[in-house]
Design a protein around this ligand. Sequence first.
Ligand code: PEP
Ligand code: MG
Length: 752
Amino acid sequence: MLLRRLREIMAEPKDTQARLDMVVRAIAANMVAEVCSLYLLRANGLLELFATEGLNPEAIHQTHLKVGEGLVGLIAETADYVSLPDAQAHPHFAYRPETGEEIYKSLMGVPMLRGGRVIGVLVVQNRTMRHYEEEEVESLQTIAMLLAEVVASEALPETKPGIEGWTPSGISAVLAEARSHRFLGRGMAEGIAFGKVVLHAPRVDITHIIATDVRAERVLLDNSLQDLLKEVEGMLSSDKLARAGEHRDVLEAYQMFAKDRGWTNRLREAVESGLTAAAAAERVQMENRARMQRVSDPYLRERLQDLDDLSNRLLRHLTGQIQPPGSLQLPDDTIVLARNMGPTELLDYDRSKLKGVVVEEGSDTSHVAIVARALEIPMVGGAAYILDWVEPGDSIILDGELGAVYVRPTEDVIAAYTERMAMRARKQAQFDALRGLPAVTRDGLAIRLDINAGLIVDLPHLDDTGADGIGLFRTELQFLISALFPRFEVQRDLYGRVLDVAGNRRVIFRTLDVGADKTLPYLRQRGEENPALGWRGTRLAMERPSLLKYQLRALLAAAAGRELNLMFPMISEIAEFRQARAMVDTELERLTRQGLAPPATLNIGTMLEVPSLVWQLPHLLPLVDFISIGSNDLMQFFYAYDRENPKFAGRYDSLSAPSLQLMQYIVQQCDLHRVPVSVCGELASRPLEAMALIGLGYRSLSMSPMSIGPVKLMVMNLNAAGAAEIVTRGVALNQPVREQLVEFADRNNIPY
Ligand code: PEP
Ligand code: MG
């Protein structure tokens, strides 16, 4: 009854404050309490008294408590309820004279949870030393859940400043502020996007919160729990999984949870309190998420994560909403949010509608980020917990430069970003103006600037950026986006098309680099403990020589009568290079035997991505036509960090002495042997890092297309001798150079 009454009150055409006042009055009456107070958590981190029945009305909007302060603050901090017959005796009790609460003895308070986060606190108090029953706590929790939902979905008035009835400090503004949220992650692909939230793994919608027939809901819950258990058991006994170790562990944990009395009891209690079974499952899930955010033990967190997944499954059983991924109807300005995503999953989305991507995990060298940059889709990674905070259809702004995401942005944020978009457009016009100009430093050094590419969609970038050529063509992207192994003709046509578009601009094709995070759906790979150190790149290609053989055949055929530049990924020792090169020779012989035209020129080089190869350079260089440094992998192996692990993003500075010394040694060796060298990892894409590379002696850089403009602008304003002095000193004194380079650039007006 009360729940229905609360919904009616909130739907009344009154101002928000008046409705909240009615709400607390109704709750107090229903719970037979003298006091009912509602506190909302404001963006400044303070809990503000928003409405009260029983306390001094003058205290409304005047009383504030920090999270952790007083009993209300304790409830917000722990996201847990408090029920005390003698509240004033509790060590956390904080007396606020303006409220006049000294006459009330007992207190019961519960957090208002929204998406696993505390957005406020709901409290009732009584004059007597009352022992609140467990059912009363349950009821108050249910009320708080409904209230949290109503408050969070409260519509903003249409009115704007200057129009009567609008008060900037008014409740609507506070609610807008409480709803809006900023997440700081890492920019993974540049650009700004405005749009609407689309969940990569869609969440289940719950339309009815309040049960009309509690008994029916109880039965539904029990049946769905049974179905869930059967489903998990079915998965466990399936042949496919019988041998899969890791998966099985996870499922066994699921099975354990599905039988777990604690969990099922909490679900049942929530149903008894008047919620529908689906709303009960959601409430328990939210409490679970709130717990998840408080635990730091990684094992426990994982278990809670499993329980979260299981709750989603249960919700699907309860509501029958089993939407297969990919059946999504996308809005025109889709911003996809995911925990993490593979590069192929990103490519599944309709490019014309996809405006941005946000992932909770991920780092800027993961392949999904590389694909996002190729497609020029702004992307932010490391936005922890954002999924707990958004609803599909929410408006969202994504800033791939600062790594910021604004959920339900306020008017001023929207205005600021509209201005930033305009500024970016002006900057882009500046880069466009440089398109036809050569990249030459102030002191006369010509720097070759190439783009990295891998898909047909990348090819127009050659013209729009005015790049010299393609320094790295990642052939595996074509393999990654196809559902089946691309046939010889399909491969040949793609390579031919690339060469056609490039014309007389140089293209360097890299042979298939799969393994690690780039897994092909149709190529079965054994499970590995450390895929980054496993069967990948040329190692894998050697183990399955037919893959590489067909690819080489396609490349040679595509380049008939033209120049072909080829390189191999992930070479660890000279023998591997020799072996791969021998395969090219075999294919060439085959071609000549068949009387087909070979490429007019053939240059064969290698990627330098494994530190061991650096120490073989004097012996390797006489064998190769060029070297291309894959700094993403080279730095990962050099510093021994996982490039996919967001924890390490930015932790090891490539502009510190060890890596600079490594890069200096490589360029010196290549110069000594007169072997052309370039850098094609993400390092070359960032103007400041590119400046350091030029200082070290690099004259050829290959980068994501979006970086050509900023890097060229830097080059054209650079005095390379100045940068050389700083990096050489850094290496000699074993000191990082980032700060000095920033200071040097600022002093000389070099944009970076
Ligand atoms: C690299 O490792 O730097 C590189 C360019 O290759 P990928 O990023 O494709 O592994
Ligand atoms: Mg690599």
